[in-house]
Structure formats: structure tokens, C-alpha cells
Design a protein around this ligand. Structure first.
Ligand code: AMP
Length: 386
């Protein structure tokens, strides 16, 4: 593991038990000893000075706006990158410090000790959870923004459905087995990254034809009613510090090949036997008709309220409801993401909604940093850490 400062110094780890860190400064080397079982001390979290803390995240997903957000709020930041993927975090000059790892397996006790030593608050995002896995996230000792237990409610399909139903939301129907399919359905494999491998069919025969041909060994999937309508991803922020639920922004996804099929005429689509897929490649900003906003606020508030009955502090910080709005303006929610989503990335300079509320460009990344700063100053950090 290599730690690269902002051009000033370089550190290298040796061994695992009792790590020796060499600070390579122009003046020479300084040797430090760090015990691997360091834990966050109450003295550290008790500081009321934002400058005593560092906002840290993994270099992927929405890291650029998280890092910039920290900077904009006057806090220091740190990015942990996989070697070979660090170019964006060098080219866009938003990172104060960088730690390079060869593999995410190196996100271990040694790295955590370094995070704890620096008083780092780790911000989880989609790639963070998917690269480290829920177990490692759960066992993290470094300060973690948000509620860890909520990740289970988000990733377990039955628990997620229970949460959304309890919140009074309208959900697409789920079919227990392919033989029950009586309308267009979307097949989603568990853990499918960014919509990869999703397909749409309207009968059991079609289902088996596609499944056996393309995914013969994949047996963990959900069969969900396909809702025809306009997709809308609503980015919320709930701060326990202000007690308020905010709508930050909205997006729709730019997907391959779903967003290119319309460029081919119907006869050619049939001739080429094209199946629709939903692999995400980017995000497109949206504003919604204003008369729907009250309903979106109510939906977000209900989800937060129910989350508090599920675990710990419930939903803390950013989350997203993934919805489809039909031509009758029914809002179907098919998923919740209980952390920052990449759909907030077009709004690094703020969104039309945050522009109405804040007098500075407020991205979700910056809002996160402000929440942390407010909590530190108010001595309420424990309310936003999981
Ligand atoms: P996701 O990865 O879950 O965000 O979904 C990927 C794509 O599938 C998005 O374009 C969604 O709009 C679409 N999608 C997911 N579930 C449904 C559904 N039940 N009905 C219609 N489209 C869906």
C-alpha cells in the first residue's frame, strides 16, 4: 500500500502486525509505529474542530464530488484508489491525499489503522459497498458516515420490499416463479452491477429461452412486473442534525442498449433479434413537473420515518428512491439506495433544487461534508456515524 501526499511526501507500509510507516520527506525519513488494533477514541470524536477530521472515500462512483464537497466546506479529504484507476483523482485536482492499493483486499486492518490515525470519516458509496462486501463494511472500525445496518435492509430484496411497503409506496408486482408470468416483466439477477444482465420478457417460454441461452448458471433472480413509464431517480438527503428531509436533485439513467434501440426501426430490431439491456453508462439530469413535488417529499419522509423503526439512527444522509411514473402519474418505486447514488454526479455545481435552497453551489457531496461539519461543531457526531 502506498500513501501519496499532495506532492509532499510518500509513505510505505511494511509488515502487518506492527506497522512501520516511513514518511519520505525531502529532508529524510521519519519512522512511526502504529498498532494494528487502533480503535476510534472518544477523545477523537469529541473534537469540535472540523479541521481535526478528514473526509475519506474510495476512488470511484461519486468520489470526485465527495472530495470537492469536503474542500468546499473547508475540510481536508483523502481518496483511496486502486492502482491504475487514480488518473481522474490526479487530473481533477480535488484530492488532498491519496492512498494507493493494488487490490481492495488491502483495505485491511493496516489501512484502517491509518484511517483511524488520521481521524478519517469514511463516506460509503455504491462501489464501496460492492467492492468491499457487506461483511467487511460491517466490521470496519474507522468512523463511518451513515448507518451500517441499513445496508442489509437495502440489499436484501425481501427486507427492502417490507420497508418500502410499510412506507406506503406503490411497488411493481413480484412473481414467485416464471410460470406465473402473465404480463411484461423485467428479470434482475442478484448483485447485477448497474443493470447488467437485466432482460424483459412476457411469458415463461420467453423467460426460459433467454435465461437458458444467456445465463444458464444464474439462479438468483427476481421477476418484477415491467412498469411502462418515465424512469425517475429522486435524490434525497436526510440530516438528523437539522431534522429536515431535502430533495437534492433527480436524474434518469443513460443505458446501453435501452437508450439506443429507438434509433433502429422496428423491423430492423426484429431482424437483428435485439434484446433490451439496461447497462448503465451515465446519468442525465431531470426536473419534475412541480405539481408532483409534494408527493415526492411525502414519499421520502415516510421512508425516513419507517427507517428509524428498522435500525439504529435509520436513514442518515443521502438516499435515492428509484421510480417509474406511468402515464396516469402513478409513481412506482422499484428500489431504494441507502447512500449517495452516482445520479447525483451531474450536480457537482448544484441542481435547480439546491439552487433554490442554498446560496452556494450545493452538491450532495458538499451537503454530506456540511452535515459532518455541523455535527462536529454541535458535538453531535455520534448521531451521524454508524
Ligand atoms: P436499476 O439498476 O435497478 O436502477 O434498473 C436498471 C433499469 O431497469 C432502469 O432503467 C430502470 O428504469 C429499469 N427498471 C428496473 N425495474 C423496472 C421495472 N419494474 N419496470 C420498468 N423498468 C424497470
Amino acid at each position: 500500500m502506498t500513501i501519496v501526499g499532495a506532492g509532499l511526501f510518500l509513505l510505505a507500509f511494511h509488515g502487518a502486525e506492527n506497522l512501520r510507516i516511513r514518511l519520505c520527506r525531502p529532508a529524510g525519513f521519519v519512522r512511526l509505529s502504529v498498532n494494528t488494533m487502533t480503535t476510534v477514541s472518544t477523545a477523537a470524536t469529541a473534537s469540535r474542530k472540523p479541521k481535526d477530521f478528514v473526509i475519506a472515500t474510495m476512488g470511484s462512483h461519486s468520489a470526485l464530488q465527495i472530495l470537492k464537497g469536503a474542500r468546499d466546506e473547508g475540510m481536508r479529504n483523502l481518496v483511496i484508489c486502486k492502482r491504475g484507476c487514480e488518473q481522474p483523482y490526479r487530473s481533477f485536482p480535488v484530492a488532498d491525499d491519496m492512498i494507493l492499493v493494488d487490490d481492495w483486499k488491502e483495505w485491511d486492518g493496516g489501512l484502517e489503522d491509518e484511517l483511524i490515525r488520521r481521524n478519517a470519516i469514511v463516506i460509503p458509496h455504491g462501489s464501496f459497498v460492492s467492492y468491499l462486501g457487506p461483511e467487511r463494511v460491517k466490521n470496519m472500525r474507522a468512523m463511518y458516515y451513515g448507518t451500517k445496518e441499513i445496508l442489509e435492509w437495502e440489499s436484501n430484496r425481501d427486507m427492502e420490499r417490507e420497508w418500502l411497503l410499510k412506507s406506503g409506496l406503490l411497488l411493481p408486482r413480484v412473481f414467485d416463479k416464471p410460470e406465473d408470468i402473465d404480463r411484461p416483466v423485467i428479470i434482475k439477477f442478484h448483485g447485477a452491477g448497474g443493470g447488467f444482465g437485466y432482460f424483459v420478457v412476457k411469458s415463461a417460454e420467453q423467460f426460459y429461452e433467454v435465461k437458458n441461452r444467456k445465463y444458464p448458471d444464474e439462479n438468483d433472480f427476481v421477476i418484477q412486473e415491467y412498469i411502462v413509464g418515465a424512469p425517475l431517480y429522486i435524490h434525497y438527503f436526510h440530516s438528523p442534525i437539522t431534522g429536515e428531509l431535502e430533495i437534492m436533485s433527480m436524474d434518469k439513467r443513460y443505458e446501453s442498449n435501452a437508450d439506443s434501440i429507438g434509433r433502429i426501426r422496428a423491423e430492423d430490431q426484429l431482424a437483428a433479434n435485439i434484446h433490451t439491456s439496461y447497462t448503465i453508462v451515465g446519468n442525465i439530469p431531470i426536473v419534475i413537473r412541480e405539481s408532483l413535488l409534494p408527493q415526492l417529499f411525502t414519499m421520502g419522509e415516510k421512508v425516513v420515518e419507517v427507517s428509524k423503526t428498522l435500525c439504529g439512527n435509520g436513514l442518515v444522509g443521502p438516499f435515492c428512491l428509484e421510480a417509474i411514473i406511468t402515464r396516469k402519474l402513478e409513481i412506482y418505486v422499484f428500489e431504494i439506495s441507502a447512500r449517495i447514488v452516482a445520479g447525483t454526479n451531474p450536480f457537482i455545481n448544484g441542481s435547480p433544487y439546491t439552487d433554490l435552497k442554498y446560496d452556494v453551489p450545493m452538491s450532495t457531496g458538499r451537503r454530506l461534508a456540511r452535515d459532518i461539519k455541523d455535527a462536529i461543531v454541535a458535538g453531535r457526531l455520534s448521531e451521524i456515524l454508524g
